[in-house]
Write a protein that binds this ligand. Structure first.
Ligand SMILES: Nc1nc2c(ncn2[C@@H]2O[C@H](COP(=O)(O)OP(=O)(O)O)[C@@H](O)[C@H]2O)c(=O)[nH]1
Ligand SMILES: [Mg+2]
Length: 280
């Protein structure tokens, strides 16, 4: 894959490279970057929050790329973001790149496709990468395979984190954000989350922000850097490992013939695994 144009800053070159990878071309890189995963129920304000974070980084002179993994709202946030930034400063626009990711195909492939798209972005000089994904239970686990920092977004009147804790998601989450702090009930939502968390072993910061007024965004940016410095948790490593394992399986040269044999009852699942491992 030719990345020269994308490396020189061409948006067209970058989006062409990303499309190739989105359609299955594997890509990896040794380049470093900071990947933030943002998850939460629809309507809590993830896209608005991403918009705020991207502007904060851009004002700092940092390039930031956004991958929106959301089948329900393709690119709508992008138009929003573009308009607002253009009003403020054309220079900021140059520092922000936004792209939606189609989530077609088998669910197991999503993290590896997103991981490879992230690799393209890193390779082309985008060191801050934000992935927005809709919280659906499984989405959090998938994003954990890719993101260094995972942020769960909640909002007043939108349910609470106790549910997430049940699903074991809290193990993977680094920061919980109560968005819409300009609305009534934000304090109570944050208090509920804190008391639900106090039962667990992991201490997770709960931060209130408003993506409408910008309140709390500066603190959130600091908290993200602190979390990034503290490294990747065991639970996150486990998701990364699982995701790589899954990828290995889905790229196995004999996958089709092994599935054929399973389907026609010629082999057992144990034998299938031995075949995959090349032991039979
Ligand atoms: N009052 C208030 N509304 C917000 C805030 N952030 C987002 N919203 C609104 O919440 C709705 C959903 O926002 P969106 O970013 O699309 O949520 P997403 O589905 O989680 O990406 C929109 O109507 C936003 O204008 C906030 O901080 N305060
Ligand atoms: Mg959204």
């Amino acid at each position: 894959m030719d990345l020269d144009k994308a490396r020189e800053g061409s948006r067209l070159g970058l989006s062409q490279a990303l499309s190739l990878v989105e359609n299955g071309l594997p890509f990896s890189t040794e380049e470093e970057g900071d990947v933030i995963g943002i998850t939460g129920a629809p309507g809590v304000g993830k896209s608005c929050l991403v918009d705020q974070l991207a502007q904060a980084y851009a004002r700092n002179g940092e390039k930031v790329a956004i991958l929106a993994v959301d089948p329900s709202s393709p690119i709508s946030g992008g138009a929003l973001l573009g308009d607002r930034l253009r009003m403020e400063s054309a220079d900021l626009d140059d520092l922000i790149y936004m792209r939606s990711v189609a989530t077609r195909g088998e669910s197991g492939a999503v993290p590896s496709v997103v991981a490879d798209m992230v690799a393209v972005l890193k390779e082309c000089g985008w060191k801050r990468i934000i992935i927005e994904t809709v919280g659906s239970g499984q989405a959090e686990f998938r994003i954990a395979a890719v993101a260094d920092t995972i942020m769960l977004v909640e909002a007043p009147g939108m349910g609470d984190a106790i549910q997430s804790e049940k699903a074991g998601i809290v193990e993977l989450v680094d920061i919980i954000v109560v968005n819409k702090s300009d609305l009534k009930g934000a304090d109570e939502t944050a208090a509920n989350i804190n008391s639900a968390l106090s039962a667990g072993s992991k201490s997770i910061p709960v931060m209130q922000v408003s993506s409408h007024t910008g309140d709390g965004i500066t603190y959130l940016v600091q908290a993200i850097d602190e979390v990034a410095d503290s490294g990747i948790s065991r639970a996150q490593w486990q998701e990364r490992l699982a995701s790589q394992w899954m990828r290995k399986m889905s790229h196995h040269p004999n996958l089709d013939s092994i599935l054929d044999k399973l389907e026609s009852s010629q082999i057992s699942i144990k034998e299938a695994i031995l075949l995959m491992e090349g032991k039979e």
